[in-house]
Design a protein around this ligand. Structure first.
Ligand SMILES: [Zn+2]
Length: 313
């Protein structure tokens, strides 16, 4: 195997798309972010991504698409199905029945895999990040939405037809009633998405705080910040307990924007989880922060995934 292999990781999001070029050690060599062309012809958008990647490859490494060093593309997109290679329906992109894997292979001229973004982030943490030495963990991304990726016995678990591992849509007990973006009621995402946390902060303070401000005030011992942290940690812990008793993971790894709260927040979540969880699991599941990136987890994961896939063949 060549030591100078590289892979391209891509994360197609509802607002922006991100693309990175990685070497075998998971080092990010070049990166760019661009607006996602929504409601446009998906083939045109993938062709545009290929053109942009070619610019990055030529400026950073002086190579073109099709070069032997490029092993492939790993891409995340909403509702991307690894098994079928297509996106059946992604309302926020205006996509229906898009053969995404084929489009990537056509325009990038290399093998491609597609997954949802949380699955990719889990694969990335397993290969290069906080899950490197773990065989069983659940990555929870707390960002615009709430996603989860399950690594069971060292491998990504997707469920039948890749329709499982959607921890963001676990129903949690709550005295309030809050709609989820999917239309369901009181899902983990109703409370732990960026929008959900913003709503909780506003309910308790009548102000708008960023996650950074919340973390800073919590560190300073501010009483309002402490009560917000306690509330969102309670909500998150009740979701994690349900996932925890089912899978018995070694750890939950928190990724996405909320992971900026870091260990002080993880500590509160772990304490609340241990209060609620079945006695056999008390004290046995860690709560860690994703180490690759709070906003590029799926980009790292895309590259990790295609390296794994190609090396397995
Ligand atoms: Zn939902």
């Amino acid at each position: 195997m060549r030591k100078d292999q590289i892979a391209i990781g891509i994360d197609i999001g509802g607002t922006n798309s991100k693309m990175g070029i990685f070497n075998l050690d998971g080092k990010l060599l070049n990166y760019q972010s661009m607006p996602t062309a929504k409601n446009a012809n998906p083939a045109d958008f993938i062709e545009y991504l290929a053109q942009e990647s070619e610019k990055m490859l030529s400026s950073e490494l002086n190579i073109k698409l099709g070069d032997q060093r490029i092993v492939g593309v790993g891409a995340g997109a909403p509702m991307a199905n690894y098994y079928t290679g297509s996106v059946e329906h992604a309302p926020n992109l205006g996509w229906k029945n898009v053969p995404l894997k084929n489009l990537f292979e056509h325009y990038f001229k290399v093998p491609a895999v597609i997954e949802n973004d949380a699955n990719l982030a889990a694969v990335g943490e397993k290969k290069w990040g906080a899950g490197k030495d773990l065989t069983d963990f659940v990555l929870i991304t707390l960002g615009t939405g709430v996603g989860s990726g399950l690594i069971c016995d060292g491998k990504l678990y997707r469920g039948h037809n890749a329709l499982g591992a959607e921890g963001g849509h676990i129903i949690i007990p709550h005295e309030q009633k809050r709609l989820c973006s999917c239309g369901g009621m009181n899902h983990l995402e109703s409370y732990l998405s960026a929008k959900g946390i913003k709503e909780t902060i506003h309910d308790l303070t009548k102000e708008d705080w960023t996650i950074e401000k919340l973390g800073q005030l919590f560190g300073d011992g501010d009483l309002r910040a402490t009560s917000i942290i306690n509330q969102i940690a309670d909500e998150l812990a009740s979701g994690l307990v349900s996932i925890g008793v089912l899978f018995g993971p070694q750890a939950f790894i928190i990724g996405g924007g909320v992971s900026k709260l870091g260990n002080p927040f993880n500590h509160v979540v772990k304490k609340k989880m241990d209060e609620l969880i079945h006695f056999s699991l008390k004290g046995k599941i860690n709560v860690l922060t994703a180490t690759l990136s709070s906003d590029k987890g799926a980009v790292y994961g895309g590259a990790a995934h295609i390296f794994d896939e190609v090396h397995r063949r």
